[in-house]
Design a protein around this ligand. Sequence first.
Ligand code: 76R
Length: 279
Amino acid sequence: MNRPGPPANLPDPTVQMSEGWHCLHIYYRINQSAMRVLTDADCSRGREDVIRILDPESEHAPARLQVSATSGHEADMGLILMDPDPLKIDAVTQMLRSSAIGTALVPAYSFVSITEVSEYVPSVEQFADRLRREGLGPDDPAWQAKLSGYEQRLPAMNQQRLYPDIPPFPVIAFYPMNKLRTPQANWFMEPFSARSAMMAEHATSGIRFAGRVSQLITASTGFDDWEWGVTLWGRAPEHIKEIVYSMRFDRASAQYAEFGPFYISYAMSAEEMLAHLRV
Ligand code: 76R
């Protein structure tokens, strides 16, 4: 029988993405009973293991690695890991598990996602349409400056969305979210124009936090139980509360958003984290 073969000129199968990175947020709890049965030698070797495994400069480290201490009973330490290779990320968690204090490191929560440029990031043409809707025309003196400013900023902003640098802010909030699919509010049944207008309102409210909060939205449809992971880095803790509260009033959140658990962590080196956790 003549079966149709795969179409010609497909790229080779790969676990790497054509663009963007794999991302893992993982939280651990220190199990005190497991710590108790470790010998002093295991403990000090374990500390050295963890510092080595979580050194962002080491050769085995994924492209991005951030360590933090987490508030609340759910977790003690949090990691954000990003890399083109999902197995390089997974190797970090396997190294921790098989380290000298691996039995005391209990995963408490994890979230698997990938970086992306959202479909609602306006192209230069869509940005021009938006200016028109705001009442600005090509004859306006501000038109060209706004448009070419956006055109110049866009490549760097998309680079940051796909290959994010971690900002030098000490407070990290992470939570997963969905957009609702209920008969009363179904985001996915709304036309693109309506979703786009809501996301424009959302972006306008987000831009007010420039310099105080840095956001990373990673996509997880098909990768984890929620549709997106929201990572917020705050210059100070109050900005996190303020942005999340004020966004509750944006239509995209007020009507359509559903949230998972929230984790608040404080960025530090692996060595500082171990000292803080009294390991
Ligand atoms: O990336 C951009 O700056 C373009 C505009 C923009 C998009 C496309 C943007 C801006 N976001 C976008 C997409 Mn966002 N964002 C969230 C949350 O708690 C809540 O209510 C929602 C959680 C926060 C706090 C936040 C912050 N955003 C998205 C998406 C993907 C939707 C899709 O693709 O379908 C989600 C789920 C989401 C959620 N957003 C901003 C912010 C901030 C601070 C900004 C301004 C960014 C800036 O300063 O450049």
